[in-house]
Design a protein around this ligand. Structure first.
Ligand SMILES: [Zn+2]
Length: 380
């Protein structure tokens, strides 16, 4: 090292030079490293090109570090958006452009070690701009906004990075050469790199194993192919997520009413049609941010069948359906605000129809009715 620096007339700042020993456990008895007679510090993690590397080769510390930096950016953004009263879609777009790049920095490399921190920050942001409670189910938050978890982007980045390495047309770039070396070891079973294991696993899971097998046969890269690959991966990952989302909504008792009025995974139009305070009321009503017996009973641990309405003597379950269409306690308001068509013979089809309307006049009335119901039950 000393000789190399002298040969190339390089000056080394010894106070900024650290030694890091990579090992599974923390090395307790460490040898002394010196440079020009000065002792060098031994560290367990080190920030290099914006990523914090840890002695154990994992990226837990790196992700925590990015999470902290992204949180700061997120709060700075929130302060600005609140001052400017920006609409939801603009706030989400700004989050994508100013916070996500920090959060996912270097995820091409650390994605195989991904924790749930990145998704957590994204959900936290969504809940803050929507002003809903912390316990609001993630599936509802993402569902109302039609937004995909940020971990999908990390996976895309990893796959795209892999594609460029694997189909590099024999490039002599250091990363490509290293990749070919790792791949040979992977194929012969000498060493299974976590990065390759992860890429191979995701490709298999998505039904794209042939890309993995093709890398040995057709080692040609082309911008056009890359863009096709990129789009394919993104679409398949998103489709896979929507499928899981649907199955969770349909199979969990928690979403019993939600699945009746929420059909597609997409941004709900009422959020942009209604004025902010009314949109918020509808959102709260739809996402269990209310004190209806069905939700209040859940927090108190009362069995589902006993969470009945106390405003009337029907003995019905006190859920969203009951208050919007049935409960006699609200008959007068209902008559004032809703068309008879909806509550004369209510059923799940009408429930969905009413809740997914994009007619502003109807939405305004519905929002008022929901507000009334929620206010009335809050004081119960
Ligand atoms: Zn009732």
């Amino acid at each position: 090292m000393d000789r190399y620096c002298k040969d190339w007339f390089l000056k080394l700042n010894v106070t900024k030079t650290k030694v890091m020993i990579f090992s599974r456990g923390k090395v307790r008895t460490v040898p002394t490293f010196t440079f020009n007679g000065r002792k060098l510090d031994i560290v367990y993690d080190f920030q290099y090109l914006g990523i914090k590397f840890s002695y154990n080769g994992k990226f837990t510390v790196a992700q925590k570090n990015l999470y902290d930096r992204a949180s700061k950016a997120m709060f700075a953004l929130l302060r600005k958006t609140r001052k400017l009263f920006l609409p939801l879609d603009v706030q989400i777009d700004l989050f994508e452009k100013t916070v996500v790049p920090i959060l996912l920095y270097g995820s091409e490399v650390w994605c195989p070690y991904m924790s749930d921190l990145a998704n957590k920050l994204q959900i936290r942001f969504f809940k803050m701009i929507l002003k809903v409670g912390k316990s609001t189910p993630t599936n509802m938050v993402l569902g109302e906004l039609g937004q995909f978890p940020v971990s999908i982007q990390a996976k895309c980045r990893m796959l795209n990075f892999w594609y460029k390495l694997a189909f590099s047309n024999g490039s002599d770039k250091l990363s490509c050469v290293t990749y070919r070396f790792l791949f040979k070891m992977y194929e012969s079973g000498v060493y299974k790199s976590k990065f390759l294991l992860s890429v191979h696993g995701v490709l298999n899971e998505l039904g794209f194993s042939y890309f993995w097998h093709n890398q040995t046969i057709n080692n040609v890269t082309d911008g056009g192919y890359f863009n096709t690959f990129k789009a394919l991966m993104k679409n398949r990952l998103q489709d896979q997520f929507v499928q899981t989302w649907h199955s969770e909504i349909n199979n969990n008792e928690f979403y019993y009413n939600y699945r009746m009025y929420k059909e597609n995974f997409e941004f709900e139009k009422y959020l942009s049609i209604l004025p902010v305070n009314l949109a918020n009321a509808v959102l709260k009503f739809r996402t269990l941010n209310h004190k209806l017996p069905i939700q209040k009973g859940r927090t108190l641990g009362i069995p589902r069948q006993d969470r009945i309405c106390h405003k009337c003597s029907s003995g019905d379950l006190g859920d969203e359906f009951h208050y919007i269409f049935v409960c006699p306690f609200f008959t007068n308001y209902r008559k004032q605000l809703l068309r008879c068509y909806y509550y004369a013979r209510p059923n799940s089809v009408k429930f969905r129809e009413l809740f997914s309307t994009t007619k502003k006049s109807l939405l305004l009335k519905l929002a008022k009715f929901m507000t009334l119901v929620m206010d009335c039950l809050r004081s119960e």
